[in-house]
Ligand binder design. Structure first.
Ligand code: ABN
Length: 172
């Protein structure tokens, strides 16, 4: 017991002589904040780019044949400076959208896809893609994809369309 007492007393004295209270608090703060930030980094990156493992094998997002575009009608943002799930710089994503259900050829499952338009720049003009699966005539506006969803955004000027996976569709 005496050995431990001596040992801890010596250690405590040595720490007290070689450090200030402020210095210890600073080191403690850096350790706590640094430690808290490390596990957040990969999560934040994953949230910026939600991708599904099978996407790499599922085709070319710049091609109209790409599986996510089964119900699209518009210019593919992938060809317009954005990507299949993000708007090109300087445009704004429409808050209202057309929803489709497309089959992923790699895992054979159906996914709900949201076709958000990107708004605020003149129409892109590249990679026009009209697949229209499940589309109904415009007089059935609730079931038509031939709608400018930018009408719900700050700018009504349509630029291109994205195809964002919302989730797995229920099997019927
Ligand atoms: N949702 C694509 C689109 C935009 C403008 C007009 C028709 C279709």
């Amino acid at each position: 017991m005496r050995f431990f007492d001596k040992f801890f007393e010596k250690s405590a004295r040595s720490v007290a002589q070689n450090s200030s209270r402020r210095g210890i608090l600073k080191k403690l703060g850096v350790t706590i904040l640094g430690g808290a930030a490390i596990p957040l980094l990969p999560v934040a990156r994953a949230a910026d780019n939600p991708s599904y493992p099978q996407d790499d094998a599922a085709g070319d997002p710049a091609s109209c044949d790409y599986w996510r575009y089964c119900a699209v009608d518009g210019f593919l943002c992938e060809c317009c400076g954005g990507s299949y799930n993000s708007c090109p710089p300087g445009t704004e994503m429409s808050p209202i959208t057309w929803i489709g259900t497309c089959r992923n050829p790699v895992d054979g499952r159906n996914y709900v896809i949201s076709y958000n338009d990107c708004c605020g720049k003149n129409q892109c003009g590249s990679c026009l893609c009209q697949r229209d699966e499940g589309d109904r005539p415009l007089y059935r506006s609730d079931k038509s994809n031939d709608v400018n969803w930018c009408l719900g955004a700050n700018s009504a000027v349509y630029h291109c369309s994205t195809a964002i996976v919302v989730g797995v569709a229920f099997e019927q």
